[in-house]
Design a binder for this molecule. Structure first.
Ligand SMILES: [Zn+2]
Length: 251
């Protein structure tokens, strides 16, 4: 079947001297893999059109039951060149990609909202927005869209506001107020209010929220542990270390 879909290029693996295998998140098929034959050959039609983190209108040949599609044509929708040239934007796009591929497995139902979320994260990073709040906010939304949403604006047990000394419980799904604490651990109110905002606000205003030194690193660790409990597997977030090294977690 010949078809086409807009897609983000999330991974590029060299398959042979001239070909690439791409991991993509597409609007119409969700997460897919595709072979781009000849993509590394000089002067090839794919040259510059299947760059990492780029958004491309892709023509595909798909076969029922096959895991690997074949890319037949590509035209660029957004180059997102800054994501490949700026250190912190690159690390941020890499970390969101790690999350996306950890949460959305091959064969998942396509999701327009996940596709658009990926677009928002990449375009904010492309314009130089601070990576940590974009990633932490994007991850909160990604978890929400994947049925793993957390609650940070109301106690998961009784629905009351969190109060001044909330505790966090991964297995309960978020915060517990002072009246309901039987489990969980203390969590900084700055993180709770960031997470509550992330549930309800757009990414763009969220990207301007500053936390204290290391605040976003703590926030990200909390999200990672939370996701690991609910996904029941460890998350391989390769770009996390780079992000921690180059950005102090305030913004
Ligand atoms: Zn409560």
């Amino acid at each position: 079947m010949r078809t086409s879909t807009p897609a983000f290029v999330l991974r590029r693996i060299r398959w042979s001297d001239s070909s690439l295998i791409l991991t993509l998140y597409s609007l119409d098929f969700g997460r897919i893999s595709a072979m781009a034959k000849g993509a590394l050959r000089p002067g090839n039609k794919f040259l510059g059109r299947l760059e990492l983190f780029g958004q491309t209108e892709l023509e595909l040949s798909r076969r029922e039951g096959r895991e690997l599609d074949t890319a037949t044509e590509a035209s660029v929708i957004s180059h997102n060149a800054f994501l490949r040239t700026d250190h912190s934007a690159f690390a941020g796009a890499g970390l969101f990609t790690d999350w996306l591929l950890a949460v959305v497995s091959h064969g998942n139902e396509p999701s327009g909202p996940v596709y658009r979320l990926t677009g928002s994260v990449f375009s904010l990073l492309e314009t130089g927005a601070p990576p940590w709040p974009v990633i932490c906010g994007g991850v909160v939304k990604l978890l929400q869209l994947s049925g793993l949403g957390l609650s940070a604006d109301a106690c998961v047990a009784c629905g009351n506001p969190p109060g001044e000394h909330p505790r966090w419980s991964h297995s309960s799904g978020g915060i517990l107020c002072e009246g309901c604490v039987e489990q969980g651990f203390p969590v900084k109110s700055g993180i709770v209010s960031f997470l509550a905002r992330a549930q309800n606000s757009d990414l763009e205003p969220l990207s301007r929220v500053r936390l204290w030194q290391g605040g976003y690193i703590q926030c990200h660790s909390l999200l990672k542990e939370y996701a690991q409990v609910h996904l029941e597997h460890r998350l391989a977030l390769k770009s996390e270390k780079v992000m921690k090294e180059i950005l102090d977690g305030t913004r």
